[in-house]
Write a protein that binds this ligand. Structure first.
Ligand code: BGC
Length: 808
C-alpha cells in the first residue's frame, strides 16, 4: 500500500476535530500527535545552513540556545560555487545532522530572489537569478531528503523585504511573479520533490501566501504537481479555514485549539468542504508515515562536517581583484593581520537561521598553521563603526614593513539581520579610512570581506587584491586562508551584481515598501536583468570571479536544446571555471531583459587542458509567461546564444532560429519596460504592467487585526501610542548597542492577529478583536470583549482538549 493510500485510509478513522488538530502546531516546533491512532508528533527545526534544534526555551528568532550543530556557510556564500552537486553534499550533511537530532522537517533552504541588495535576509538566500537559485536549492533538497528528513524550501513567495514582513502585500504583475519570483520554487518542486514547502509571511497581490489559492492550489499543486504539506511561516497563518481551502496545510507554531475549533465549525457551516480538510490532514499523516523512526540515525562525525564546511567556504569565496598577482601568498610571506573580523569572525547572520556551532575558527587561530608568517595583529577598528584613533594608528604601524597587509573588513551584526533590512551599502568609515591609511604605508594590501551581501566599493583602488568570503560558516577562516595561500584555487563566481552605488539599483526608490504594500514596479528588471538592459555600469557584474589561472572559450555551437562550448585552462595551475550561457532575442517581440542566464557548468581543468561542455537549454531558457493565453510561450524567430565568463563578458555567440510556440509580437506595454528605465515608474505605467489599478498603499483609517503593531504609533488610544513608544525605544537602544533586538523587531512588524497564532491558545481571535478595539480608542468595549474572550476560550480549550483525548 502506498503512503498516500495509507494516509487517506487513516483519515477516514479520524474525527473532524482530530483532523483539524493536525493542521495546527502543538508547540513552537511540534505538530499534534494522536496517540489513539498511533500518530506521533513531527519535530520541525531551522534551518538553512545548520540545524537549530531547541529542546529548552523555544523561539523562532534564534535567541535561545540550541543543540550544537555544524554551521555551514550561508546560502549567499554557497551560491558562489554555482555547483548544485556541492549544494547537495551540504544538504546531505544537513540532513544527517537533522536526522541524528531526530528532526523530521528541516526548515530550509531559503531561496527568495534578492530583489534589492538591502534585503535583510539576503544572506540566507542564493541569488538575484531564479535559475541559479532554483538549481542550488534543488541540490540542498535532494541532499537533505536523502537522509530521510523532509526539506522545507522557503518562503513561497515574493518575500523580499523584512520591513513589515508579516503584513506587507507584494504587488507584482503575473509575468514578473512567474518568471522571477516563482520560477526557482518551480525548479525545486519539480526537480527535487520536497515533501514540504513553507509559505511566506506576506500577502501576494492582496491575499496572504498561506491562503493564496493562486499560489498554493493553482501553481504549486496543480501546475507543479506538489502533493506535500504547505507549512506556514511562524505566525504567518491568517485564516486557518481559508488556508485549508486554498491548499495551506499546517499552521505553525502553536495557535492553540482555537484554530481547530474554527476548522470544525467551518465544516459544520459548509464554509469548508470536508474533502479539503481531509486532503490537508492526509498531507500531515503522509509526512508522519514517511518520517524516519526516532533514534535510528547514525551519529554525526563532527570533525568531518567541520572539514566539509571548510572546503565549502573555500569554494564559496570570490576573488574579485588580484593586481600584480599579489595572491596567492607563498609560504613564509610576512603578513600583518589587521581587522577585528580576523579575531572575531562574522560567519553567519542573526535570526532564525542562527546555529550554535560545534566549533568556531578564526584567522588568528589558524594563521600559525597556514605557512604564512604573521608579523603583527591589530584589530584596527571598532566593529560598530565608532571611531578609535588608537586602534587605527596601531594597525597602520602594524602594516608598515610587512610583505603584505591582510585587512579583514566586513559588516557588523546589526548591519544585516532577519527582521531588519539594510539601510546602506557602505562599509563603516572607520574601516574604509583604515584601508586608505594602510594602503598608503603598504601597497600590498589585500582586503578580505565578511558580509552576507554586497557593499559599495569606492575604496577599491586602495586594495591590491580583494576576496569576498561572504558569511562563510564556522570553518570559514580556514577556507579563506586556503584561498589566500593558494591551497585552494578560488573558483567562486558572484551570484549577485555588485552595483556602484545603492542609488543605481533598480529598486532604489521603492525598496522597502513602507506602508501597506511592496510595489514591484521594476517588473522583470531585477539584478543583472536591469543593469544590462538599462546600460547601468556596475562594479562587479553577475557571474564575475577570478582565479589563479585563466580560461579561454572556443567552438560554441547551439541548438534550441543545448549549447556546447570548449573551455581551456590557459594558465599554469589547475583550476575550476564556471562557463555561463545566456540567451538574447535578436528580433522585436515582447519586452524582456537583453539577456538571461540559460545554463552553466562548472569544469575543473589542469594547466593547458581543454574540455567541451554541454549546457542543456530547452524551452525553459527561451520562454516567457504570456498573460493573454495564461501559459508559457516561446517566441518564434532569431535568438542568440552567448557563452563566456560572466554576464558582461560573453565573447562567443551563435544564432539559433526557434520554431517556438507563438509568432513574435510586439506588445502594448509602457516604453520603459522595453528599455529597462524602471527606477521611477509612474502609477499609470505600473498599472498598465499590472493590468489593474495600483492598490492603495496608504496607511489610513482605523487599525485592523492585520495591521502591524508598528502602526500603533498613530493609534487613537494613548495607551497604544505609549506601547509603541516603549517598543521603539527598546529597538533603538538595541541598535545603538550594535545588536538587533529580534524580539522587538518581530513585534513591531507583526500584525495583531499573529498574537493569536503564536501564543499557544493564550489569546484567541476573539480576544485579538478586543485588543484592536482598545488600540482604536474604545477601551471599555475592547477590554470587555478581551476578558469575555479569555473566559470563553479557557472553557472551550478544556472541553476541546478532553474531546481530543477521547474522554468526552
Ligand atoms: C522565519 C522562518 C523560520 C521560522 C521558524 C520565521 O520567523 O521567517 O524562516 O523558519 O521563523 O524559526
Amino acid at each position: 500500500m502506498s503512503e498516500a493510500t495509507r494516509a487517506a485510509g487513516q483519515v477516514e478513522n479520524l474525527t473532524l476535530l482530530e483532523k483539524a488538530a493536525l493542521l495546527t502546531g502543538k508547540t513552537v516546533w511540534e505538530t499534534h500527535d494522536l496517540p489513539r491512532h498511533g500518530v506521533r508528533s513531527l519535530w520541525l527545526a531551522d534551518g538553512p545552513h545548520g540545524v537549530r534544534k531547541q529542546t529548552g526555551a523555544a523561539d523562532h528568532l534564534g535567541i535561545a540556545e540550541s543543540q550544537p550543530a555544524t554551521c555551514f556557510p550561508t546560502a549567499a556564500a554557497v551560491a558562489n560555487t554555482w555547483d548544485p552537486e556541492l549544494a547537495e553534499e551540504v544538504g546531505r550533511a544537513l540532513g544527517a545532522e537533522a536526522a541524528a537530532q531526530d528532526v523530521d522537517v528541516l526548515l530550509g533552504p531559503g531561496l527568495n530572489i534578492k530583489r534589492s541588495p538591502l534585503g535583510g535576509r539576503n544572506f540566507e538566500y542564493f541569488s538575484e537569478d531564479p535559475l541559479l537559485a532554483g538549481r542550488l536549492a534543488a541540490g540542498y533538497v535532494r541532499g537533505i531528503q536523502s537522509a530521510g528528513v523532509a526539506a522545507c524550501p522557503k518562503h513561497f513567495a515574493a518575500n523580499s523585504q523584512e520591513l513589515r514582513r508579516m503584513a506587507s502585500d507584494s504587488v507584482v504583475d503575473e509575468r514578473t511573479l512567474r518568471e522571477v519570483y516563482l520560477s526557482a520554487f518551480g525548479t525545486v518542486v519539480t526537480e527535487a520533490r520536497p515533501r514540504t514547502i513553507m509559505s511566506a509571511y506576506n500577502r501576494v497581490n492582496g491575499t496572504y501566501a498561506h491562503e493564496n489559492p493562486f499560489l498554493l492550489r493553482q501553481v504549486l499543486r496543480e501546475e507543479w504537481g506538489f502533493d506535500g504539506a504547505v507549512v506556514s511561516d511562524w505566525g504567518g497563518s491568517n485564516d486557518v479555514v481559508a488556508a485549508a481551502a486554498a491548499g495551506g496545510t499546517l499552521e505553525m507554531p502553536a495557535a492553540g485549539l482555537d484554530s481547530a475549533r474554527q476548522l470544525v465549525a467551518a465544516v459544520h457551516d459548509r464554509r469548508l468542504a470536508e474533502a479539503d480538510l481531509d486532503a490537508r490532514a492526509a498531507e500531515v499523516l503522509r509526512l508522519v508515515a514517511d518520517a524516519r523512526e526516532p533514534g535510528t540515525a547514525p551519529a554525526v562525525d563532527a570533525a568531518a562536517h567541520h572539514a566539509l564546511a571548510r572546503r565549502v567556504a573555500a569554494r564559496s569565496a570570490v576573488l574579485l581583484k588580484n593586481d600584480d598577482a599579489v595572491l596567492p601568498l607563498a609560504a613564509g610571506t610576512r603578513v600583518a593581520v589587521i581587522g577585528d573580523f580576523a579575531r572575531t569572525p562574522r560567519y553567519q547572520g542573526a535570526g532564525s537561521s542562527a546555529v550554535n556551532p560545534t566549533r568556531l575558527d578564526s584567522v588568528l587561530d589558524l594563521i600559525g598553521s597556514s605557512g604564512l608568517t604573521m608579523t603583527a595583529f591589530a584589530a584596527g577598528f571598532r566593529r560598530d563603526g565608532t571611531p578609535d584613533a588608537a586602534l587605527h594608528a596601531e594597525a597602520v604601524e602594524a602594516a608598515r614593513g610587512a610583505d603584505v597587509a591582510l585587512l579583514f573588513l566586513g559588516l557588523d551584526e546589526i548591519a544585516e539581520s532577519e527582521g531588519l533590512d539594510r539601510s546602506t551599502l557602505e562599509l563603516h568609515a572607520a574601516q574604509t579610512e583604515l584601508l586608505a591609511a594602510v594602503a598608503a604605508v603598504n601597497p600590498n594590501t589585500v582586503v578580505v570581506l565578511s558580509a552576507g551581501g554586497v557593499v559599495e566599493m569606492p575604496w577599491l583602488a586602495s586594495a591590491k587584491a580583494l576576496v569576498h568570503g561572504y558569511l562563510a560558516g564556522q570553518a570559514g577562516a580556514g577556507g579563506l586562508l586556503d584561498v589566500l595561500t593558494g591551497a585552494v584555487n578560488p573558483a567562486g563566481r558572484l551570484a549577485e551584481t555588485v552595483p556602484v552605488r545603492l542609488a543605481d539599483t533598480p529598486t532604489a526608490t521603492t525598496f522597502p515598501g513602507r506602508q501597506r504594500t511592496a510595489e514591484y514596479r521594476e517588473g522583470l528588471y531585477v539584478g543583472y536583468r536591469y543593469y544590462t538592459t538599462a546600460g547601468v555600469a556596475v562594479t562587479f557584474p553577475f557571474g564575475f570571479g577570478l582565479s589563479y589561472t585563466t580560461f579561454a572559450y572556443s567552438d560554441l555551437s547551439a541548438t534550441a536544446d543545448a549549447a556546447t562550448v570548449t573551455v581551456t585552462n590557459t594558465g599554469a595551475v589547475a583550476g575550476a571555471d564556471v562557463v555561463q550561457v545566456y540567451v538574447s532575442r535578436t528580433t522585436p517581440g515582447v519586452h524582456r531583459p537583453v539577456r538571461t542566464l540559460a545554463g552553466f557548468a562548472r569544469v575543473e581543468l589542469g594547466p593547458g587542458e581543454s574540455r567541451a561542455v554541454t549546457v542543456p537549454l530547452g524551452d525553459a531558457a527561451f520562454r516567457h509567461w504570456d498573460a493573454a493565453t495564461g501559459a508559457w510561450q516561446v517566441e518564434q524567430g532569431a535568438w542568440r546564444v552567448l557563452a563566456g565568463a560572466h554576464v558582461d563578458d560573453l565573447p562567443l555567440a551563435v544564432d539559433v532560429e526557434l520554431v517556438g510556440t507563438v509568432p513574435a509580437r510586439t506588445e502594448d506595454v509602457p516604453k520603459r519596460y522595453m528599455t529597462g528605465d524602471v527606477q521611477h515608474v509612474p502609477d499609470e505605467d505600473f498599472a498598465a504592467l499590472l493590468g489593474r489599478p495600483v492598490p492603495d498603499a496608504a496607511w489610513t483609517g482605523p487599525l485592523g487585526a492585520n495591521d502591524a503593531l508598528g502602526r500603533m504609533q498613530t493609534a487613537p488610544s494613548p495607551l497604544a501610542r505609549l506601547a509603541y513608544r516603549i517598543l521603539a525605544a527598546l529597538r533603538d537602544r538595541a541598535e545603538r548597542r550594535g545588536k538587533p533586538d529580534l524580539n522587538i523587531l518581530f513585534l513591531l512588524n507583526m500584525p495583531f492577529r499573529a498574537i493569536a497564532k503564536m501564543t499557544n491558545g493564550m489569546v484567541s481571535a476573539e480576544m485579538v478583536d478586543g485588543i484592536v478595539r482598545i488600540v482604536n480608542g474604545h477601551f471599555f468595549s475592547g477590554a470587555g470583549a478581551t476578558v469575555r474572550g479569555f473566559v470563553r476560550t479557557r472553557r472551550a480549550d478544556r472541553a476541546t482538549a478532553r474531546r481530543l483525548r477521547g474522554d468526552a
